[in-house]
Design a protein around this ligand. Structure first.
Ligand code: PLP
Length: 394
């Protein structure tokens, strides 16, 4: 997809006159019961779930359908299901691929709740998860067993931002008839064509950049033709549904995703490079920086970079980070990310790594660069690093 096509699609995708009646945005259709006047009408409306006939609120209204269609078009998939959170979307996508007795592979850099779901719920239903080093590429073949059913890729990974070779992993997976779910939250539908690169299902925590304003919890899963019916059936079976109000907020966020990301990218690259030169900073982990893990793959497969990355400090420990973060003006601590506000979060990968031990000379802080003025953000970070230096002995 060219740059121009993407920008245009962001504006037009999912808009259908029969749903909007000529206005720009679909109305917020709040609905549970839909009324049918005749027996024949009721039969007709429930016949085909893909037909987008109003028949019961749980199956959506034009508000949710417009968002589903917009994401489907941007992801170039067969169809999209919406979920009340990113976690719900990841977990439903996995459930669509597995059955009792299966073995699955999950990147060691996966979002922590994905790991917990595998070690708890999936284990209880008789699915065995094995965590793999995100740098494996085609060598993932060595971990494949007769009963391996799915690989969960997250690229770049949470906290540590290693980029994975999805085309290489997909080549192996296709040979062994294994499905791939990709948590594509960092790359967004604009910067990472996960389905084109070999994933069967591409998942977004729309809570992050798609919503973009820190006011909605929502997830999406977009599947290719091979997997869409199974994904939809799984979502229906689990009773997953999202409110029209939330879908409307996410759709509004989606329309400005392109311009927001451009600014996030520009500010982030400037600040990340500046951070590399700070004496207290051991390492800046951002896929777009030369020398970062998987940078060459990022250049080959991504069309842009976003605002979330991490820094590793040269010395000290996690409790010491209080000296840095407690008095920050703009970088507040908060879970989630992808809104217009900057965030900073000390977070230790050691507790959530099993394939390869996490080793670093000092604490890691995850940083999100928002849309504030760059000079203000740099000054805030500089003062924080100075407080750390003043209080924490090397
Ligand atoms: C935040 C996040 C999720 C979960 O999204 P929620 O909407 O918070 O449930 C999943 N994957 C990644 C990579 C995330 O950053």
């Amino acid at each position: 997809m060219s740059e121009k096509q993407r920008d245009t699609k962001l504006v037009t995708a999912g808009r259908r006159k029969e749903w909007t009646h000529g206005i720009v945005n679909p109305p917020v259709y709040r609905a549970s019961t839909c009324l049918f006047d005749t027996y024949a009408e009721m039969r007709e409306r429930v016949k085909d779930p893909s037909a987008r006939h109003l028949f019961y609120g749980r199956k959506g209204t034009p508000t949710q359908w417009a968002l589903e269609d917009a994401i489907t078009e941007l992801e170039d998939g067969e169809g999209t299901m919406l979920f009340p959170s990113g976690v719900a979307a990841v977990n439903a996508a996995i459930l669509a691929c597995v059955k009792t007795g299966d073995h699955i592979l999950i990147t060691d850099s996966a979002y922590d709740p994905t790991r917990s779901f595998a070690n708890g719920f999936l284990k209880k239903m008789g699915v065995t998860a094995e965590f793999y080093d995100p740098s494996l590429g085609t060598n993932i073949e060595g971990l494949i067993k007769d009963n391996t059913a799915m690989i969960l890729v997250e690229s770049p990974g949470s906290l540590t931002f290693e980029v994975q070779d999805l085309p290489a992993i997909s080549e192996v997976a296709k040979r062994h008839k294994i499905l791939i779910v990709c948590d594509n939250t960092w790359g967004t539908p604009l910067y990472y064509p996960a389905l084109e690169l070999g994933a069967d299902i591409s998942v977004h925590a729309c809570t992050k950049y798609i919503g973009g304003h820190s006011d909605v919890m929502l997830g999406s899963a977009t599947a290719n033709a091979r997997m869409f019916k199974r994904l939809r059936q799984t979502a229906y079976s689990l009773g997953q549904t999202v409110s029209a109000d939330d879908a409307s907020l996410a759709l509004r966020g989606l329309r400005t995703l392109g311009v927001r990301l451009k600014q996030h990218e520009e500010s982030t690259l400037e600040i990340a490079k500046w951070l590399q030169d700070q004496p207290l900073v051991h390492e800046v982990r951002h896929p777009a920086l030369t020398g970062s893990q998987g940078h060459d793959i990022w250049r080959r497969d991504f069309t842009g970079s976003t605002g979330l990355f991490s820094i590793v400090l040269k010395h000290g420990d996690y409790p010491d980070t209080a000296h840095m973060v407690d008095e920050m003006k703009y970088f507040k601590m908060g879970f989630s990310w992808g809104g217009y506000e900057s965030l900073i979060l000390p977070s230790d990968p050691a507790s959530v790594r099993t394939a390869r031990k996490w080793q670093a000379p000092g604490p890691l802080l995850r940083v999100h660069i928002g849309l504030e003025n760059i000079s203000d953000l740099k000054a805030d970070l500089a003062a924080g690093l100075q407080r750390y230096s003043d209080n924490v002995a090397p």
